[in-house]
Design a protein around this ligand. Structure first.
Ligand code: NAD
Length: 422
């Protein structure tokens, strides 16, 4: 067996994703051929995106779309706009999507896209031209029955509306199912905006029950205050938890007695950052991660909890709203220290689950109430938590390995039954 043993900490997200896969493949005793297939992305597209800037100059950005595994259905996964996006990061995120969709048992494979750009430096017009050209460049491989993008870091329902419109222009008719996370006025689903955070809330509730912690009165720290983090903070606050700290890319805020997440979000919308929110002390992102609390929610980017700081994490539960926030080395340390990690491919799977519901509604042209969406989501997330927890108990492993064992077994079975073409 070719288990990748990480002798020193790697921060390459794709190597991390492969090591996580290997750990589960070992428990499942997967044969070498299947392993080799499941470790690699099926398709990787690199595109150049020329954009006419507002001042008349032309700039060319690099973009990616990766499809990791399509055995269980079309590829599904977000599009990220960030200056640090790399092909390896997109490959990792695409493979995490394969495992995530299988963990919650929805009929998709994994995909992901990204553009190396700092969207904060672009005007709205420049962003629209970038998005429409990127959509055009990846058009040959996306579509409602092939690969369905969605929002990720620094992309929004507006971004999805531009992509949907661009693809629809080529097809000559409105193609609602080509992306999810769209605005409600354009075939979006009720509950999608909150879905990632709601899944995080449901799995945090379940983890609290396992750890016998009352969520009411629990202290919560949230790193990253975008779609996933800010809404998770609000929902956990509504469950009676005390949000003692929150942060964004510019810095963090702390108040032992609790922060009102909605007021903090208004401050961020008005000023561009949480920094300076009234009644709070300033803290760094690093200090936030190391606070004594019940639940730590990393909701920003990869490689947040590493060997550098894992010894200093003082949370009882880590709820991974972000993708890839914990390195395998840090995972080992957290496990030894008895910290319960709700792994990303389970914790943040609420987003893709409601994306799936959105796609189903678009294909049927029949839309559900918010209550229906949330109750299907709760059913899906609760079942997935139970299955992952049962696998973790059965194999005497942590929740991440339990989730990978559950997911890899499903994808391996589908790949095996389909057979190798031709
Ligand atoms: P977003 O763009 O809405 O928000 C990102 C937030 O992270 C912002 O508040 C930003 O200021 C903050 N941030 C960026 N760099 C930071 C840093 N170095 N330190 C602290 N904060 C930082 O993005 P999002 O959609 O909320 O995504 C956040 C994470 O959740 C990503 O890992 C993403 O892949 C994951 N995720 C998102 C969804 C979704 O539906 N949006 C679904 C599943 C997983």
């Amino acid at each position: 067996m070719s288990t990748a043993v990480l002798t020193k900490e790697t921060l390459n997200p794709f190597e991390i994703a492969q090591a996580q896969f290997d750990a589960a493949a070992d428990y499942l005793m997967l044969d070498e051929g299947l392993r080799t297939i499941l470790k690699r992305p099926k398709r990787q597209l690199i595109v150049s995106i020329p954009v006419r800037m507002d001042d008349g100059r032309i700039k060319v950005f690099e973009g990616y779309r990766v499809q990791h595994n399509l055995s269980r259905g079309p590829a599904k996964g977000g599009i990220r706009y960030h200056p640090d996006v790399t092909l390896d990061e997109v490959k990792a995120l695409a493979s995490w999507m394969t495992w995530k969709c299988a963990t919650v048992n929805i009929p998709y494979g994994g995909g992901k896209g990204g553009v190396r750009v700092d969207p904060k430096q672009l005007s709205l017009g420049e962003l629209e031209r970038l998005t429409r050209r990127y959509a055009t460049e990846i058009a040959p491989i996306i579509g409602p029955d092939r690969d369905i993008p969605a929002p990720d870091v620094y992309t929004t329902p507006q971004t999805m509306a531009w992509i949907m419109d661009t693809i629809s222009m080529f097809h000559g008719h409105t193609e609602l199912g080509v992306v999810t996370g769209k605005p409600l006025s354009l075939g979006g689903s009720k509950g999608r905006h909150e879905a990632t955070a709601r899944g995080c809330q449901y799995t945090t509730r379940a983890a609290c029950a396992v750890k016998r912690i009352s969520l009411k009165g629990a202290k919560v720290a949230v790193q990253g205050f975008g779609n996933a983090g800010s809404i998770a903070a609000r929902l956990l606050h509504e469950d009676g938890a005390t949000v003692i700290a929150a942060s964004d890319s510019k810095g963090g805020i702390y108040n032992e007695n609790g922060i009102d997440p909605e007021a903090a979000l208004r401050h961020k919308e008005e000023t561009g950052s949480l920094v300076g929110f009234r009644g709070c002390d300033a803290i760094s992102n690093q200090e936030l991660l190391e606070l004594r609390c019940d639940v730590l929610v990393p909701a920003a980017l990869e490689n947040t909890i590493t060997l550098e700081n894992a010894e200093h994490i003082r949370a009882k539960i880590v709820a991974e709203a972000a993708n890839g926030p914990t390195t395998p080395g840090a995972d080992r340390v957290l496990r030894e220290r008895g910290i319960f990690v709700i792994p990303d491919i389970l914790c943040n799977a609420g987003g893709v689950t409601v994306s799936y519901f959105e796609w189903v509604q678009d294909l049927y042209g029949f839309f559900w109430t918010e209550h229906e969406v949330n109750s299907y989501l709760e059913r899906t997330m609760s079942a997935a938590f139970r299955e992952v927890h049962a696998a973790a108990e059965k194999y005497r492993v942590d929740m991440r390995t339990g989730a990978y064992i559950t997911a890899v077994a499903r994808v391996a079975e589908a790949t095996k039954v389909r057979g190798i073409f031709p």
